[in-house]
Design a protein around this ligand. Structure first.
Ligand code: PHE
Length: 341
């Protein structure tokens, strides 16, 4: 009996087989348990010799079962350690890293430069009411400037009486929102996306502008010129002169288009050198009607505003030839012109 159990225990290959053997020997109806029950029917003499022998057998088999169970667990652990072995000294696998888009890069650069001059960032929605995008900026419904803006209009359901919505055609509506919220004095820039129905090498239906607005008691065109020259010089890293040309915008009076100094040297466009000029933005003194529409008293406050294409100055600074490529999401282009984080 004993030899039979011990050899079967030694041969058991898993815990389930061991458990089966345990039940067969020591379970309620196990062979050894039944024998122990028979002790009661024996004479005291017989019991004296059979009792200790049975107890010893039971202990021995129990011990053999436990030892085998521990051995199986050890073997399983060895197996796992071998299978899951990991060399922590191996070098890491390289992961492809993305790049920062030139528009994001330039937005961060110009935000930092204007922040140094006390301008905070203001924001507004890309889907605007035509009041903010036009009326409040002194562009009434019949004004020809509305046609010039090539506006995307939001479709409206029959019977929808809410004010008409457009995709903002410029960042100037943020002037109104910022002044209405913060009042005067105020100094903000508003970078963001704008939309116009236009598409060629220098125009995309979505592009980026940054609006600038400064309102105080005594601001003039001279302050505007200083701020812009300070900005362009910091942005391009060389002293850049600006040239103001008289222009017209409904929301500024007087208005000026601003050129920066540049020239072609050895087939390369050099900003801040030579006697050439390139137009980069529109600007002027904020029209009294615009101040009034935003709840600012034009008898007490005055200031300047400007609007500039972010993609445009990114192309100039980093020598990017085609505006449309900005928005193609071509990974090769992004790796070439993108910035590492
Ligand atoms: N909003 C004008 C444009 O998109 C630019 C501008 C802004 C002009 C502020 C004057 C003042 O062309």
């Amino acid at each position: 009996l004993k030899a039979g159990y011990l050899s079967r225990i030694a041969a058991a290959s898993d815990e389930a087989a061991l458990e089966e053997l345990r039940l067969a020997a020591l379970g309620k109806k196990g062979e050894i348990s039944l024998k122990m029950r028979e002790l009661g029917k024996m004479s005291p003499e017989e019991r004296k010799s059979a009792g200790p022998a049975l107890n010893a057998l039971k202990d021995e088999i129990d011990a053999a079962l436990r030892a085998k169970k521990a051995a199986l667990a050890d073997a399983a652990l060895d197996e796992r350690l071998k299978a899951e072995w990991l060399d922590v000294t191996l070098p890491g696998r390289p992961r492809p890293a993305g790049t920062i888009h030139p528009v994001s890069q330039v937005t961060a650069e110009l935000t930092a430069i204007f922040a140094d001059m006390g301008f905070q960032v203001a924001e507004g929605p890309q889907i605007e009411t035509d009041w903010y995008n036009f009326d409040a900026l002194n562009i009434p419904p019949e004004h020809p400037a509305r046609q010039e803006h090539d506006t995307f209009f939001m479709a409206r359901a029959e019977g929808d009486n809410r004010p008409p919505h457009v995709l903002r055609t410029h960042t100037s509506p943020v002037q109104i929102r910022a002044m209405a919220q913060q009042g005067a004095p105020i100094r903000v820039i508003a970078p963001g996306r704008v939309y116009r129905m236009d598409m060629d090498q220098t125009h995309a239906p979505m592009f980026h502008q940054v609006e600038g607005l400064a309102i105080d008691r005594n601001l003039s065109m001279a302050n505007l010129k200083w701020v812009l020259e300070e900005f362009f010089s910091a942005f391009f890293g060389v002293k850049v002169a600006t040239r103001f040309r008289a222009s017209h915008f409904p929301f500024t009076e007087p208005s000026a288009e601003v050129d920066i100094q540049c020239s072609w040297i050895d087939g390369q466009l050099r900003i801040g050198e030579g006697d050439g000029w390139m137009e980069v933005l529109g600007s002027g003194m904020v029209h009294p009607k615009v101040l009034t529409a935003a709840g600012v008293d034009p008898d007490e406050w005055q200031g300047f505003a400007f609007g500039m294409g972010i993609d445009r100055i990114a192309m100039l600074k980093y020598g990017i030839p085609d505006l449309r490529a900005f928005f193609d999401s071509d990974l090769r282009w992004l790796r070439h012109y993108g910035f590492s984080a």
